[in-house]
Design a protein around this ligand. Structure first.
Ligand SMILES: [Zn+2]
Length: 436
């Protein structure tokens, strides 16, 4: 097996000339995309994170990169690995209603079952075609939906012992919130261990790893909590350990680091839970009382899609939804309430997979779950995320990457690896390299 992809080999495979950055015999730089799940830029500022601060100082940094709609993990990971929005990749969430109003899911026991539902090429497939070896290290498991083609696919569900996995959304374990937090931090540790085991046996040229403890802590403690700052500080050490593992396992090779996030976080009010899961998370009583058959699927707790069985009921349904205190705004394609065409603005329209209404909730309520932290909406708190591109020589530290989207990451990574391909050019995003 190929232990190193040397520059010469890469240039042949990629068919392009980046000779300036390759001196003979040196392996080409790898690219690591480290995702910090649910990463608020203002809390990055507040936390003590020496490793990430160094990368941000030496590389290009913005505190205003953007998550795509809906601002949830699964959707944004598919966007990161396909460079497209939902209107092209089609993964709007975990569950949706198809054209016949039947429930369909974008998962399965291992999430790999859903990979074939993604109708666009993935970055993993493209890079593997160009001779690179790639990996996805998914904490939650469903980050794997967009990882079709990756040689190495690690899912958290297979990785974590039950005493960690089954408590990931539980505040206190054995009566102790401290113990709960310790177990959540351990999730990052074990995922980095899994990466280390892979790197000890083989060389990867590109991988994505989701350090997801921040998301669990953000939901359970809220993004305004001390616990959220603590998990960010711990995550800094986890990211630093990844860099250390890379240099230990492959001392001759340099690495480029992209530190990104899937979405931000909003502090919500766990005292006012709408449609609690214990009762029925999918049915809005006010619509049911009016005889309107429907299903609601939440997206991160701050957004939801409402599917109507009989589309002739959309006028009445819109009226009822508009009057609900927890509904902040409604997007729809239907010509109603001056909202015609607003759903396509969100780039979530995908045939047979989008709801009739897309709702953003008021943060003084919590949807389905009694959590003080939620996301999913297109409010700035959910959309805005930090982004660091540490690629000395390719991306200057003063490069303007403000408003970079998660759709830009795949073209950027391809560019850093010197890959040119029509499938990359067909993506929605643009490469954030060679910027002035
Ligand atoms: Zn989340």
């Amino acid at each position: 097996m190929l232990k190193h992809l040397f520059c010469a080999v890469m240039l042949l495979a990629a068919g392009i000339n980046h000779a300036a950055e390759c001196s003979s015999g040196e392996p080409a730089p790898g690219v690591a995309l480290i995702v910090i799940d649910g990463f608020r830029p203002d809390k990055f500022e507040a936390a003590d994170t020496p490793f990430l601060d160094r990368l941000a100082g030496e590389g290009a940094f913005t505190d205003r990169a953007r998550s795509v709609n809906p601002t949830i993990t699964r959707v944004n990971f598919v966007t990161m690995s396909t460079g497209t929005h939902v209107d092209r990749h089609g993964v709007v969430g975990g569950a949706y209603r198809d054209a016949d109003f039947a429930e369909r899911r974008t998962d399965g026991p291992t999430y790999r079952e859903a990979q074939d539902m993604v109708p666009v090429p993935t970055l993993f497939e493209i890079l593997e075609d160009h001779g690179f070896r790639t990996g996805m290290f998914a904490m939650k498991g469903y980050e794997l939906v967009g990882a079709r083609g990756a040689s190495v696919q690690v899912g958290g569900r297979d990785l974590y012992p039950d005493e960690i996995w089954s408590y990931r959304y539980t505040l206190s374990v054995e009566g102790s919130a401290e113990e709960g937090l310790r177990r959540r931090l351990k999730m990052n540790d074990l995922l980095v261990d899994a990466l280390g085991e892979v790197l000890a046996g083989e060389t990867l040229d590109f991988f994505i790893i989701n350090l997801g403890a921040t998301d669990y802590v953000g939901h359970i403690h809220g993004p305004e909590s001390d616990a959220y700052i603590r998990v960010l500080e711990a995550t800094d050490s986890h990211a630093s350990r990844i860099a250390q593992l890379l240099s230990e396992n492959d001392p001759g090779r340099s690495w480029r680091f992209i530190i990104a996030s899937d979405h931000g976080f909003t502090q919500t009010n766990e005292e006012q839970v709408v449609l609690p899961v214990e009762v029925d998370p999918h049915n809005i009583p006010e619509l049911a009382d009016a005889g309107i058959e429907h299903k609601l699927y939440e997206r991160g707790g701050r957004a939801a899609e409402v599917y109507l069985k009989d589309r002739d009921t959309h006028g009445k349904a819109f009226e009822i939804l508009s009057a609900l205190a927890w509904v902040d705004r409604i997007y729809t394609e239907h010509d109603i309430g001056g909202r015609a065409g607003t759903l396509s603005e969100l780039k979530v329209l995908y045939p047979g997979r989008h709801g009739d209404f897309y709702i953003m909730t008021d943060p003084s309520y919590a949807l389905n779950f009694a959590n003080p932290g939620q996301h999913g909406s297109n409010d700035e708190s959910d959309v805005r995320i930090p982004l660091i591109i540490h690629a000395p020589g390719r991306v200057p530290s003063n490069a303007d990457i403000d408003n970079a989207s998660n759709a830009d990451l795949a073209p950027t990574i391809a560019g850093l690896l010197g890959v040119e391909d029509d499938r990359i050019r067909a993506m929605d995003g643009r490469a954030l390299i060679d910027l002035k």
